[in-house]
Write a protein that binds this ligand. Structure first.
Ligand code: ADP
Ligand code: MG
Length: 311
């Protein structure tokens, strides 16, 4: 199977809905967004041996390559439109490609996000997705909009993905799924337009990602450790291991956002409508830095704060 047959068989799914011209020419030709809307663009790369192990389930790799990108759109309150796919493969392995595209397109179709182009080359396995989304002018949920007095909220549960890494082969199905098949919180991001002030998706761990909001917004934050919605599996760990995994573990792809206290009830209603727990975990304060407080309100010391590829 040559490069062009591979593209035709696995990636070209016929006439484009989003584009004047989709896969097959030198460029995709995309219609500009409707008046009053802006384009949100994000890129995330997955490298074998770094983000997933050699031999990882290709269905999960296909899902995750797109999911982490959709999560970036979710964090801005943007609606997914389309994506491109850069793919390096050691060989044209049909079974791998079949499974990879199954995982990727299942998620893409659920979010009506269309593959409109890409590049395919031989090389060490790596996947680079760029997503395009739309959001009304001035409405995007930015990292630099948090204000002292805001509540801090988080969706879902934290620590499940990091627990899967921590436990390795001993991890349960639930934790494995949290690591392999994160669910981008797209509907939540869109629902939070006009309600949240600042938002970020938790890819590198709560404290690190909250630190980004604090830096960009020039504020500080306090997190109440007992309020944190931890993945149930964490209860089986020694107590001293739990904060590191829940606060600094990463890979959860939940949304962390700040909102004015007067928006508490509409935000709770969104959680109920989406069937997604939304938990108030702390507050934005004047100053700088992230402090995690124990049950008695005393600052806790944490061994590490976030994942950093170059640290
Ligand atoms: P070019 O040589 O102009 O870069 P390519 O031969 O790389 O074009 O690609 C041919 C067409 O196939 C283009 O429309 C490109 O967007 C598309 N394409 C290539 N690889 C992929 C891929 N992995 N996923 C989706 N579309 C792809
Ligand atoms: Mg090319």
């Amino acid at each position: 199977m040559g490069e062009f047959e591979l593209i035709r068989r696995f990636f070209d799914r016929g006439p484009s809905r989003r584009c004047e011209l989709g896969i097959g020419d030198d460029c995709a030709i995309l219609r500009p967004p409707a008046p009053g809307t802006t384009l949100a663009v994000a890129t995330d790369m997955l490298v074998e041996g770094r983000h997933f192990v050699a031999g990882a389930d290709p269905v999960a790799v296909g899902h995750k390559a797109l999911a982490v990108n959709l999560s970036d759109l979710a964090a801005m309150g943007a609606r997914p439109l389309a994506f491109t796919l850069g793919l390096a493969l050691p060989q044209a392995d049909e079974r791998w490609l079949e499974a990879f595209t199954t995982g990727m397109f299942a998620l893409a179709d659920r979010h009506e996000c269309e593959l409109i182009g890409g590049d395919t080359t031989r090389g060490p396995r790596a996947i680079c997705v760029t997503v395009l989304g739309e959001v009304p002018v001035g409405v995007a949920l930015r990292r630099d909009r948090a204000e002292p007095g805001d509540d801090l909220w988080v969706s879902g549960e934290l620590g499940g993905a990091a627990l899967a890494i921590h436990l390795g082969a001993r991890a349960g199905r639930c934790e494995r799924a949290r690591l392999d098949r994160p669910e981008p919180r797209v509907a939540l991001g869109i629902a939070l337009r006009h309600l949240a002030r600042a938002a970020i998706d938790i890819s590198d761990g709560l404290t690190g990602d909250l630190g980004h909001i604090c830096e960009r917004s020039r504020v500080g934050a306090e997190v109440d450790w007992p309020a944190l919605p931890c993945a149930p599996g964490l209860g089986a760990l020694p107590e001293e291991d739990r904060p590191g995994i829940a606060l600094a573990g990463g890979d959860d792809y939940e949304l962390l956002f700040s909102a004015a206290p007067e928006n508490r009830s509409p935000i709770e209603a969104i959680g109920a409508r989406l069937g997604l727990p939304l938990t108030r975990i702390g507050r934005i304060v004047a100053g700088q830095g992230v402090r995690v407080l124990d049950a008695r309100g005393r600052p806790m010391t944490l061994a590490r704060s976030a994942y950093d590829h170059f640290a």
